[in-house]
Design a protein around this ligand. Sequence first.
Ligand SMILES: Cc1cc2nc3c(=O)[nH]c(=O)nc-3n(C[C@H](O)[C@H](O)[C@H](O)COP(=O)(O)OP(=O)(O)OC[C@H]3O[C@@H](n4cnc5c(N)ncnc54)[C@H](O)[C@@H]3O)c2cc1C
Length: 375
Amino acid sequence: MVNPVPFDALVIGGGLIGMLTARELHREGLRVAVVERQATGGESTWAGGGILSPLHPWRYPDAVNALATWSQAAYPDLLAALAEESGVDPEYRRNGLLIVDGFDPDEALAWAKRWQRALELVDDRRVRELEPSLGVEVQTAAWLPTVGQVRNPRLGRALRRSLDNLGVTVLEHRPVTGFVLQGERIVGVETAEGEIAAGAVVVASGAWSGTLLDGLGLAVPVAPVRGQMLLFHAEPGVVSRILLDNARYVIPRRDGRVLVGSTMENVGFDKSTTAEALAELRAAAARLVPALAHYPLERHWAGLRPGSPHGIPYISPHPRIEGLFVNAGHFRNGVVMGPASARLLANLVLGHEPILDPSPYRLSGNIDPDQPKPS
Ligand SMILES: Cc1cc2nc3c(=O)[nH]c(=O)nc-3n(C[C@H](O)[C@H](O)[C@H](O)COP(=O)(O)OP(=O)(O)OC[C@H]3O[C@@H](n4cnc5c(N)ncnc54)[C@H](O)[C@@H]3O)c2cc1C
């Protein structure tokens, strides 16, 4: 019998969240398509730092820590599987996170105990052993030895090739312009090249998700927060740990390149870079790792994080439209929360037992207009 609906599930957005979600739904036996307005993996997924931990994890709500914890456990196997499926190495590196700012040590220790995470308070002497290149004086630092990182553009490429090799349909350069409804049920999406029918639709459109969903009469507060980043062409060994000092961090990649980030700017959908951010991030780089001043700046870019209230993503059925789901609003932690978010969303689509309590991520029918703006 010919099936009248070509896809069981259609995912709008080929970023990390959309591609991971598509992979999960495919693994469950569904015929899946990803529809992307540009090329896959080119937005926040490309621009991010790839640290596999929230920056000061004790400052985040449980809802964020729960997704991060699940994903951290899943990442080693997932990355190995992706490398196998795609032939692309996402450069997973577990080189630890050293936090050298004036954090609250009691809060940090309480978090580590509660979430059973390796965290050591270390003095200046130990800090120098861990990171001889550090340029700032430290009294007490937090050392999280198990924190890892991935190289975002490579993770994006690995996911894309994996989808191709698994047989998931990926339609690029195809912006979704609207939804096709029959009464209160979604039956597909509209694009400039016509409608695409699907049994279920997942909005995983990053910072654009709020705008896309606006037309359905429910304001979903997901909005862009710009982050600018620098890349230095350094050499292996110049810096070896991920370093965090207040809002500024340094991420050493395996080949010696070093990322320095990142700003937080509410400037709408504007991805331009600024001279102010360049000067400020350069100064932060030279302060944290003075040796970086001797290496060329290779690139300066900006990306748009999908901001949401308290940084808690929406992983949820739409409260009014049957068959429509949302997986968006991962803000600063989309890489570290991605695998759990994708698995949870697939659980909800399929009606399976959820891996985590879905209630903190649920879209309610009447979002309080006074609730915090994306932050
Ligand atoms: C500077 C910076 C540093 C970061 N560092 C980290 C970090 O260290 N660790 C971490 O965990 N997270 C980090 N993040 C956050 C992380 O990158 C994001 O949370 C994550 O990439 C979000 O993925 P996404 O798939 O939701 O969004 P995106 O990657 O933006 O993907 C959304 C996709 O949807 C597509 N789309 C939009 N509208 C439509 C439409 N109408 N039709 C079809 N397609 C559409 C877009 O083109 C895009 O490809 C960082 C982000 C930035 C910007």
